[in-house]
Design a protein around this ligand. Sequence first.
Ligand code: XMP
Length: 521
Amino acid sequence: MTERGGVVVLDFGGQYTQLIARRIREQQVFSTILPCTVAPEEIRKLEPIGIVLSGGPSSVYDKDAPVCDPEVLRLGIPVLGICYGMQWIAKTLGGQVEKSDRREYGRGQMNVQAGCGSALFADLPNSLRIWSSHGDSVLGLPPGFRATGRTESALAALEDPQRKIYAVQFHPEVKHTDRGTDILRNFLFAVCGAKATWGGAAFIEETVEAIRRRVGPQHHAICALSGGVDSTVAAVLVHRAIGERLTNVFVNSGVLRKNEFEETLEMLRERLGLHVIGVDASERFLAQLKGVVDPEEKRKRIGREFIAVFAKKARELQRGEAHGEIKFLVQGTLYPDVIESVSVKGPSATIKTHHNVGGLPEKMPFELIEPLRDLFKDEVRRIGRDLGLPDELLQKHPFPGPGLAVRLLGEVTPEDLATLREADAIVEQEIRRAGLYNKVWQAFAVLLPVRSVGVMGDFRTYGLTVAVRVVESEDAMTADWARLPAEVLEKISTRIVNEVRGVTRVVYDISSKPPSTIEWE
Ligand code: XMP
């Protein structure tokens, strides 16, 4: 996205970078994240009203410590450095930064320098509880700077109001910092002169306009529609921009849930009026998955197959109708998919390859349109609501691109898929029946390749195990297992063992993320 007048967050690899952008958007000011290595020229093109330098895990003295081009501090755009961002500013502008081998985590107290009149702390109490995680400390101010806040042991805030460069050692974006939102608001509205105009309607308008410009008057786009919230919102946005030049393709990858292909096609066509072509490629996908046990390999093969199916469909479409060139592929990629897949926006570590991004082959016949790439799920749901999409769709739980393939540990076989589908349908039914569907983030079954002994009637059985996973989460970056009522768990367990052939045991997953992930593979 290239909206003007927003705030650019430059990522030094901090775990809270995305939270900073999100907190800014919560103030109705547009914000996007770029890698710290981005050229100042690229930043200037976006015409931002402010720049935030994020935190990061390094010491400014590390050999490969991430750095920005110092020109970023001379663009004449207000800057706020947070944690590592502050240390980098101090070191770059000639301050004294002391390296520490020990990181300090957690709560502290900061006193705002009496009478400093800092715009950042306007209308705030003189003493604030702050949350920090830092190793290095700033001991000496760079020329032109003054201290505006101190903890017992260190400088906690400094600024050069002339150059509009501000820095804090703590994290105003996390809830544990008192009045952190007010500090960000002061930076946005008092220092940068932001206007609170960004929101659903503005996002829709700007995004539709940007897509229209990018696709131009002739080209066509094809959308990888999955029937989930993300790709559907993406499709509706692109449809608004280029109308009938968007063709949606919904692929049955053979690893969808029970009845999902038929029901989703009907919803997209009948309820949303989208032009959708259904392609049943399940056999191709299952052939690709034969004998594969490694989760990353499953993801890659599914990603590859998706693209192959699209490319084939696109060629057919181009030949078949009076279509212009299909040049673009629309995807509903969200920020967590990006951050957890590849380190495109800074040096934070890759956790899992998601097919939306990381699993795609390098050489692709399409250019990608990913209108939701900077957003979180709850933000996308809000956009969906503003677009008038039905609640039933907006509340739908996320479903991974590689589908049941990553919920069936080990090799994907048609028999095990059928078993998992039945168990999964029971989990969803019972969660809905208990009125919990809209309260939890995801609820699903996982089929484990583990056999255990059971007894049914007078017979000894030796069947498979189903793990039930129900989690609560705000944005999938962290999650906790849902404390389901025992009766609901009991109902799920009894029904699965009684109704799904071949399953003798049901277990409930009580791990949180981190250290586990939501999906099992
Ligand atoms: P994890 O398992 O990484 O999942 O905690 C976080 C969220 O992302 C979903 N997920 C995926 N979505 N392609 C997707 O489109 C994938 O490969 C993928 N893997 C996980 C997951 O369901 C959860 O909501």
